[in-house]
Design a protein around this ligand. Structure first.
Ligand SMILES: NC(=O)c1ccc[n+]([C@@H]2O[C@H](COP(=O)([O-])OP(=O)(O)OC[C@H]3O[C@@H](n4cnc5c(N)ncnc54)[C@H](O)[C@@H]3O)[C@@H](O)[C@H]2O)c1
Ligand SMILES: O=c1ccn([C@@H]2O[C@H](COP(=O)(O)OP(=O)(O)O[C@H]3O[C@H](CO)[C@H](O)[C@H](O)[C@H]3O)[C@@H](O)[C@H]2O)c(=O)[nH]1
Length: 324
């Protein structure tokens, strides 16, 4: 297939672009490089630099594209609380421009990066796709609005859409001899594992642990971590599953929860560094427990994660060491 990958210069989009190329697809990346890196775009993919609003229609029109994989977004929860307008504009507004561009060009399949943040504070665990969606911040609300728009474009314009609701994505794609590995390198890093690894690298003295008074076994937040390569495999299946006129939603997590202390322990074991911890107050808006039921994608699309938390930390650790 000929595919447009929005956000393909970012962490997840660059990994999935490499997997798509490996599977024999043709890839064009559209990215404004607001948080991505041109050199993360894998060899063999063409990069068009620009926003969805400015460039999507021009790229898609007459381009012979079969489908779009839509990763481009602003995704810092804290920033979204400070600047809700930016998140509505950049996430919902630019996604609507993309959907209109697809409609104009007759491209009918889209796989979209949705998020666990659409659920907000869950009522029960593990979270099912049918559970209530009550986002607690503008980031999650803007992503939920895009899911809703996709359902309308499916119903009214015959688009085939799949929303994948990622839980906590981690790890890296390590390339073989001479190839370029891809992983997380955000200028503003809020995610737990890369922040712990910065301590192991000696770039930070200690890791902040945001809250140890949660109603969880060790008092720290519990999350469901998924390896970025397993996540990518789900995109290939989702692409095949796009059916005109239907919008489907699947959770994407490994289905087991690890506390912040568990994660730090695994990082200590992998790096051999003691990783000092500084306990700080809770981070605003963090739910105590977020664990996915991934039954629907396992039975519906035959997806199965193959990599555990230790593999995620090992690959992220190899990546950051190679990137120094
Ligand atoms: N990382 C996670 O754990 C996680 C969890 C849930 C959902 N997601 C979603 O997955 C997607 C990818 O996340 P990531 O961690 O790779 O983020 P990232 O910031 O590394 O990648 C996003 C990419 O999109 C580009 N971009 C942003 N806005 C754009 C626009 N309007 N036009 C063109 N390009 C634009 C950026 O330059 C960047 O390259 C996002 O949609 C995010 O919301 C990520
Ligand atoms: O330096 C840090 C960073 C994080 N944490 C804690 O570690 C856990 C995981 O935090 P991350 O920032 O790594 O991930 P989140 O669970 O906050 O975020 C993930 O889920 C969100 C939905 O809730 C969004 O989808 C987001 O993009 C995705 O990365 C949280 O309890 C957080 O408080 C720390 O203690 N110290």
């Amino acid at each position: 297939m000929k595919l447009l990958v929005t956000g393909g210069a970012g962490y997840i989009g660059s990994v999935v672009s490499a997997q798509l190329l490996e599977a024999g697809h043709e890839v064009v990346v559209l990215d404004d490089l607001s948080t991505g890196h041109a050199d993360a775009v894998p060899e063999g993919a063409r990069l068009v630099r620009g926003t969805l609003r400015d460039e999507a229609a021009g790229v898609l029109e007459g381009g012979g594209f079969d489908a779009v994989l839509h990763f481009a977004a602003r995704s810092l929860v804290g920033e979204s609380v400070q600047k809700p307008g930016l998140y509505w504009d950049k996430n919902l507004g630019e996604s609507l421009a993309l959907l209109e561009a697809m409609r104009g060009a007759g491209v009918r399949r889209i796989v979209f990066s949705s998020t666990a943040a659409t659920y907000g504070e869950p009522e029960s665990t593990p979270i099912l796709e049918t559970d209530p969606t009550r986002p607690t911040n503008p980031y999650g609300a803007s992503k939920l609005a895009i899911d809703t728009a996709l359902a309308e474009y499916a119903r009214l314009h015959g688009i085939g859409g799949v929303s994948l609701r990622y839980f906590n994505v981690a790890g890296a794609r390590l390339a073989g001899d001479g190839g370029r590995s891809q992983g997380e390198r955000h200028a503003v890093e809020t995610h737990l594992i890369p922040n712990v690894l910065k301590v192991a690298l000696g770039e930070k003295e200690s890791v902040n642990l945001f809250g140890e008074d949660y109603p969880t076994p060790d008092g720290t937040c519990v999350r469901d971590y998924i390896h970025v390569v397993d996540l990518g495999a789900a995109h290939l299946l989702a692409l095949e599953a796009c059916a005109p006129g239907a919008h489907q939603i699947f959770n994407l997590g490994n289905g087991s929860g690890f506390s912040v202390r568990d994660v730090i322990e695994v990082c200590r074991a992998v790096t051999g560094h003691p990783v000092p911890v500084e306990v700080s107050p809770r981070r605003a808006g963090d739910p105590a427990v977020l664990v996915a039921s991934s039954e629907k994608i396992r039975t519906g699309l035959g997806w199965k994660p193959e990599r555990d938390l230790r593999a995620m930390v090992e690959d992220a650790w190899t990546f950051v060491q190679r990137s120094r």
